[in-house]
Design a protein around this ligand. Structure first.
Ligand code: SF4
Length: 355
């Protein structure tokens, strides 16, 4: 029986109000799981680790009306308490006046909000009309509770010309001064995200080197500070053609399943995947109800999901040869690019198998 140091069990109990076009976890239907389901998931994995941390969400945190009870339940089921990170429900911040004070009571100092430019573009990328207005309401609610909003702006060819809207908003709301007054310094940053999950569909509009010049100066300064980078090139990574060339000479493979502390996503149909992959298709390790926890953990350790198997057996030069581009100037961090190639390669294998 495997004995891990810690397992994080992350159950998607209620899903998310949004359908973001950059979404890493994907657009599955919203499940409706209950307390007994969360207990089941926690107890299934508990025997296999010294410690366990339980989360009741892997899409929108605190989406359900009973978010306080769910938070208390996760604390009760965990031997190492769950973290808040900088994440909270924007949907709820805009609708529930008692939510931001509750976050504050937990010690939350900063909450991240995602913008893509102005109202229409942010609504479109978030996949929901009214998303931008919710963000404005959320900023008010956070500031009132003494929590700093942190703005992240996604950069691609469709958003880059609208990024001045993000800096204009920060200036119009005087966020730099107001955040300084309540404690944590104001943070905003731009990045391209990872090209996986729904974001794979954004590859045709992925940012290229020349787009970096269009990012407003104020946002550049904040971005460099946030990432501790000396240049935007350092923050956004290299052009695909250079990364691809480099990987064409790399014969290495990697075992991803060797970890002391796995983080496992469990979706509303009980499919389990590791957090280092996209929670779908080739990354799935099995179904908790039908395969059970021991078999799932065995598959994880043995690199038996199709995506892990590819990464463990197919050299990077083959992934680059099959799915990379020596012409593309799109920008990627090295790790994100390898994951992009791996996902593309797995899709290719699936297509070939279905012919
Ligand atoms: S990115 Fe987050 S907020 Fe957007 S659809 Fe995915 S889980 Fe929901």
């Amino acid at each position: 029986m495997p004995n891990y140091q810690k397992i994080d069990v992350v159950l998607d109990m209620l899903g998310c109000p949004n359908r973001c076009r950059h979404c890493f976890v994907g657009w599955r239907p919203n499940p409706r799981l209950d307390e007994a389901d969360l207990r089941f998931a926690a107890e299934a994995f508990r025997p296999y680790a010294q410690d366990i941390t339980v989360y009741d969400w892997n899409r929108e945190p605190d989406f359900g009306e009973d978010y306080r009870e769910k938070w208390a339940l996760c604390q009760e089921l965990s031997t190492v308490p769950p973290e808040r990170f900088e994440l909270a429900s924007v949907w709820r911040l805009a609708r529930d006046p008692s939510y931001a004070p509750w976050l504050k009571s937990l010690g939350v100092r900063c909450v991240q909000l995602t913008l893509f430019g102005g109202e229409a573009l942010t609504d479109w990328f978030t996949g929901r009309e009214g998303a931008y207005r919710d963000i404005l309401r959320a900023i008010d609610a956070l500031m009132e509770a003494g929590i700093a909003p942190r703005l992240q702006a996604f950069v691609n060819k469709k958003t880059v010309d609208e990024l001045p809207e993000v800096t204009r908003l920060a200036e119009a709301l005087d966020l730099e001064r107001r955040c300084g007054e309540i404690g944590p310094p104001f943070v905003m940053f731009a990045h391209q995200g990872a090209c996986d999950g729904e974001a794979e569909n954004l590859y045709p509009i992925w940012p290229t080197s020349e787009d970096l010049e269009k990012i407003p100066q104020k946002l550049v300064e904040h971005t460099l500070r946030h990432f501790g980078a000396s240049s935007l090139e350092e923050a956004f990574g290299q052009e695909e053609r250079l990364l691809c060339q480099e990987l064409l000479e790399d014969g290495s493979t990697a075992s991803l399943g060797q970890t002391e502390s796995p983080v496992l996503y469990v979706d509303g149909e009980w499919n389990v995947s590791p957090n280092f992959g996209v929670p779908k298709g080739p990354w799935l390790l099995g179904n908790l109800k039908t395969h059970g926890p021991e078999e799932i953990l065995r598959r994880l350790a043995a690199d038996e999901s199709p995506a892990q198997r590819v990464r463990a057996t197919v050299p990077l030069r083959e992934l680059a040869r099959a799915c990379g581009s020596l012409e593309s100037r799109r920008l990627f961090g090295r790790g994100d690019y390898i994951e992009y190639l791996l996902n593309r390669y797995c899709e290719k294998l699936e297509q070939e198998a279905s012919r």
